[in-house]
Design a protein around this ligand. Structure first.
Ligand SMILES: [Fe+2]
Length: 178
């Protein structure tokens, strides 16, 4: 089994459940009691989705694939990198409209676009890029990619914080099991 790719797939599951949590909160954004929860969720997205996950894919996986001869033009890497940038921009706009301007209409529009983009983006990575990566990277290289992931997490937020983020975001799914 490709541990490196499986790790990213596990993170995708956590991201999708965190995004559905945001979707459930959207209809309640005007409730004061939930406003801190939404603002905190946006910070968690920045830390986990942007800083840990997306940038790790770019810095480690995409660059390993490029080193193995997978060009941006012949693979989805170029599109996926642009989508990461779009996600980041939308997250900044969401924070700006929700936290700084209390502009709920603009926040909701951006949040819907963000959630749609994440879903399409994850499908593209899981179904197109990851099979390419699994074909190209040897078992040895995959182990090396895993080690690079851990090094990246340590430098980005620290291993303890990375593990805590996984647990905090995964727990959001359990809030709505009823
Ligand atoms: Fe991803």
């Amino acid at each position: 089994m490709n541990r490196a790719i499986q790790k990213l797939k596990n993170e995708h599951e956590i991201i999708l459940s965190a995004v559905s949590h945001l979707n459930r909160l959207l209809s309640l954004i005007k409730e004061r009691a939930l406003q801190k929860e939404i603002a905190d969720l946006l910070e968690l997205f920045k830390e986990y989705i942007d800083l840990c996950h997306n940038r790790k894919e770019e810095a480690v996986l995409f660059s390993e694939l490029a080193n193995s001869g997978v060009s941006k033009d012949d693979s989805p890497i170029g599109v996926l990198t642009e989508e990461h940038q779009r996600e980041k921009k939308l997250l900044i706009q969401m924070t700006e409209s929700f936290v700084n301007q209390n502009d709920y209409a603009s926040f909701t529009a951006n949040a819907k676009e963000y959630m749609e983009l994440i879903k399409i983006h994850i499908l593209r990575e899981n179904n197109i890029l990851f099979p390419i990566a699994e074909n190209i990277l040897s078992n040895e290289k995959q182990d090396d990619v895993c080690k690079q992931f851990e090094k990246y997490e340590e430098n980005a937020v620290g291993i303890g914080r990375y593990q805590a983020l996984n647990e905090i975001l995964a727990a959001l799914a359990n809030k709505h099991t009823d």
